[in-house]
Write a protein that binds this ligand. Sequence first.
Ligand code: SF4
Length: 71
Amino acid sequence: MKITVEQDKCVAAGQCAATAPDVFDQREEDGVVVLLTDDPPAELADDVRDAAAVCPALAIHIAHWTPRTTP
Ligand code: SF4
């Protein structure tokens, strides 16, 4: 899994940090997304996918991720 974020698109909504706190954080001064790791372990893949889906700015991009395997 390879994650990228577009900080210039981020509107500091914070859903990503709430959904996948091991992967996303927010800058203290303005709330803009901070990527903690661009290659998280597989067990966090679903959280990262969900975070990208809820981001209102579509600022989170995922490459090389495998589809959800749990029902
Ligand atoms: S959910 Fe999207 S807009 Fe909100 S802080 Fe995360 S990257 Fe930024």
